[in-house]
Ligand binder design. Structure first.
Ligand code: P6P
Length: 323
């Protein structure tokens, strides 16, 4: 199969947006560049004795940052340099960061390094991003400009830093996956027009919280056991959801006594993941309604999440309703 790079693909698909003047294409390119830089550092993370512990100064005299701070800085720098982004909402920052000007058409919500606590044990981690149109005429974007439901996203995607580095994204016209070829430093189309199986044999949930789950969830888990489904839970959401996207399965992070609204964030984790999974033929709900229809009232708002194969999410929802 002829190699098609992310850049070539983006330009080819620009035709999907007849009125676009290339801003979204450039923004997606900027994300790809930052992802390559983050991947380089994440893949070296195990070499602490070379890099030095965070908070120290490395042999180049640079201060060694926690990788999630490093990743956050890289994406912010890429958006600042690219000029397409008006403001950023990041898991790493309490408030929004204004980076662009009145000509910048887009807002980006991002979790720069989800699952970063897994890095020191060499488990895959990921970046999750969501792109909205900036609807304000004001020069300075406001926090409230981000309070758009997930169904209004222009694009969404994630990067998974694993045995290989992959970028998976959608602009509302299907889902495509690109794998980084380190020998040429390019993301190459490896998973065109991704579709997730409507039924899977894998369920992903932290069963350590079992006693905190509703009886409906516990009954659904018992049903998964009765059907001989495999339990797969990495503790890194992007990795779990990526595997289930490709193979079929359901990922669940319900509300618990500790996380009464669920743990995962709506704006920069659940909405982008939900757009991707829905575009691939799957479903994503909070147990009652589609994730993409949940109103957003605060940047770091949490929600319960049930995401993956359509039939599995529907069935889990039935068990939830039975309480
Ligand atoms: P728990 C990582 O911290 C994360 O946000 C997701 O990537 C992951 O799925 C979840 O939390 C794991 O949470 O409570 O099961 O350790």
């Amino acid at each position: 199969m002829k190699v098609k790079t992310l850049g070539q693909f983006i330009i080819e698909r620009q035709a999907d947006f007849p009125f676009a003047k290339g801003e979204l294409s450039r923004l997606l390119r900027d994300i790809g560049i930052a992802a390559k830089i983050v991947n380089r550092e994440v893949s070296k993370a195990g070499l602490v004795e070379i890099l030095g512990d965070t908070g120290t100064v490395n042999i180049q005299g640079e201060s060694v940052k926690k990788l999630d701070v490093f990743a956050n800085d890289q994406f912010i720098a890429a958006f600042k340099a690219g000029g397409e982004v008006r403001a950023i909402a990041s898991e790493e920052n309490e408030h929004i960061i204004t980076v662009g000007n009145t000509n910048s058409k887009y807002l980006v919500a991002i979790d720069p390094l989800d699952g970063s606590s897994n890095i020191d044990v060499n488990v895959s981690v990921g970046t999750i991003f969501s792109i909205y149109r900036c609807n304000t005429e004001q020069a300075e974007a406001q926090e409230s400009d981000f309070f758009q439901i997930g169904r209004h996203q222009i694009a969404a995607g994630y990067v998974i830093y694993g045995s290989s580095c992959m970028l998976v994204y959608t602009t509302g016209h299907g889902v495509n996956g690109f794998t980084l070829d380190p020998s040429i430093g390019e993301f190459c189309l490896s998973h065109p027009d991704l579709k997730t199986p409507e039924q899977g044999m894998v369920y992903s949930i932290n069963e350590g919280n079992r006693l905190q789950f509703s009886s409906g969830i516990q009954n659904y888990i018992n049903q998964c056991h009765a059907r001989g489904f495999a339990s797969r839970y990495i503790g890194s959401g992007v990795a779990d959801i990526h595997r289930n996207l490709l193979k079929g399965g359901i990922f669940m992070y319900p509300a618990t006594q500790k996380a009464t609204q669920g743990k995962l964030r709506l704006l920069y984790e659940c909405n982008p993941l939900a757009m991707i999974v829905e575009q691939a033929g799957g479903s994503a709900t909070n147990g009652l309604v589609s994730i993409l229809d949940i109103p957003i009232q605060s940047l770091h708002q949490r929600t319960p999440l049930f995401i993956g194969s359509k039939h599995m999410v529907q069935e889990a929802q039935q068990y939830l309703k039975q309480g």
